[in-house]
Design a protein around this ligand. Structure first.
Ligand SMILES: [Zn+2]
Length: 395
């Protein structure tokens, strides 16, 4: 799991209690703040690494939520990881962390006459999930179910792309008897199956809306699909790192061409990074990954690389040695399945991108000064992402 724990240094909450809170996730909506600069407790200082003022370009990246991990920091209102790539009058949603529907409203991505009968989802052209960790998908149902009252009812059928079934449970970290898995008949459903299960989960509500409010059936509005990763790379879900591969293109319409590659986020598999090529430029989303040559290849010469990052000093302080087996498991996931702040600059330099945008910050409460380390080795522009930042692409 991706873990961002409330900092004991700031909140005074003890490590044991933090551990106990893990996995509670983000079931409630933690809405973003009204102004991007105040999106987190750490964002009130003047921003050295903020984006230049948007000129409202035709193609632009909007950071809807920039927090990584399922835990919500007390007093911090940053939304969960989600981004929108606007191309003309439509946009593509990349991940759907907590608060995404409210963030879409705040970002004014819908029609100007935003009323109860339309809304930001009027302009949605597709959804792309990088992987199925809860912090990336927990509000997908908010978009696809409550979406009926926020503009989704008027879209033509949109694709919801994401990774397919893992095919096997992950190995147990450490020693001891194997726990009982959830849903043993199908313990690792992929995106297509998740869409079907979501309709079943919300069938009571959806049928009420369909029969009583005459809303369209979901199958007319969206279709969940597995990204077709070539079979030869899917043989070993527990293999690490992800097999070396060339990016492959799997989606194209009149605005974007979307390519993907496998990245290193073990034990999550498949975990994907996406590249969007448009007439105005290209934007790459790393998803969650440790340093990964596949990602560098995908991002080669892109205009913007949106990359995840973790503050490894924070992780080490949170889990000092000696560690219990559970603590060791979490610590190793944090530093081995994510990209360290001291690594991300050289990745952007290797890929030769113009702009590095940090999002999925772990922990999101750190001030910009902590993330300054990410610029090391990179000569381009760096933006430390905050909720509702807008980054223009091209002219
Ligand atoms: Zn993750």
């Amino acid at each position: 799991m991706c873990v961002d724990l409330p900092t004991e240094m700031r909140s005074g909450i003890g490590r044991r209690r933090l551990m106990a809170g893990l996995g509670l996730g983000a079931a409630g909506l933690a809405l973003g703040a009204a102004a991007p600069a105040e999106a987190s407790g750490a964002g009130k200082a003047r921003r050295k690494f903020g984006p230049p003022k948007s000129r409202g370009s035709r193609t632009r990246l909007v950071l809807l939520g920039t927090a990584g991990g399922p835990a919500i920091f007390p007093g911090n209102e940053t939304a969960g990881i989600a981004s929108a790539l606007v191309v003309g009058d439509r946009y593509y949603l990349i991940d759907a962390g907590h608060g995404v529907l409210s963030q879409l409203h705040k970002a004014n991505l819908g029609p100007e006459s935003n009323t109860a009968l339309d809304g930001p989802l009027d302009a949605l052209a597709g959804i792309f999930l990088t992987h199925l960790h809860s912090d990336h998908v927990v509000d997908l149902n908010n978009v696809l179910v409550n979406g009926l009252y926020n503009g989704l009812q008027s879209v033509k059928k949109i694709p919801v792309w994401g990774p397919g079934n893992r095919g096997a449970l992950p190995p147990l970290f450490g020693t001891g008897p194997l726990p009982s898995p959830v849903s043993p008949g199908n313990p690792t459903p992929g995106t297509r199956e998740m869409g079907e299960l979501m309709m079943q989960l919300f069938a009571t509500d959806l049928n009420d809306r369909i029969f009583d409010n005459r809303k369209p059936v979901p199958t007319q509005l969206w279709e969940a699909k597995d990204v077709p990763v070539p079979e030869r790379y899917l043989g070993d879900p527990n293999g690490t790192p992800a097999p070396a591969m060339k990016p492959f293109t799997f989606y194209e319409d009149e605005r974007v061409k979307v390519s993907a590659t496998l990245v290193n986020h073990a034990p999550v598999f498949p975990a994907l990074a996406y590249r969007f090529d448009t007439d105005d430029g290209s934007v790459v989303f790393s998803g969650d990954t440790a340093k990964c040559p596949n990602l560098v290849r995908l991002a080669r010469n892109a205009d913007v690389l949106v990359h995840e990052v973790i503050d490894e000093d924070w992780a080490a302080k949170l889990f000092p040695v000696p560690r219990s087996e559970a603590e060791e498991g979490l610590y190793q996931h944090l530093v081995q399945a994510h990209t360290l702040k001291t690594e991300v600059g050289s990745i952007a330099a290797q890929a030769n991108v113009d702009t590095l945008v940090l999002s999925h910050l772990v922990p999101v409460i750190q001030p910009e000064s902590v993330w300054a380390a990410c610029a090391e080795g990179f000569k381009g522009r760096m933006v430390v992402g905050r909720d509702l930042d807008v980054i223009d692409i091209g002219r």
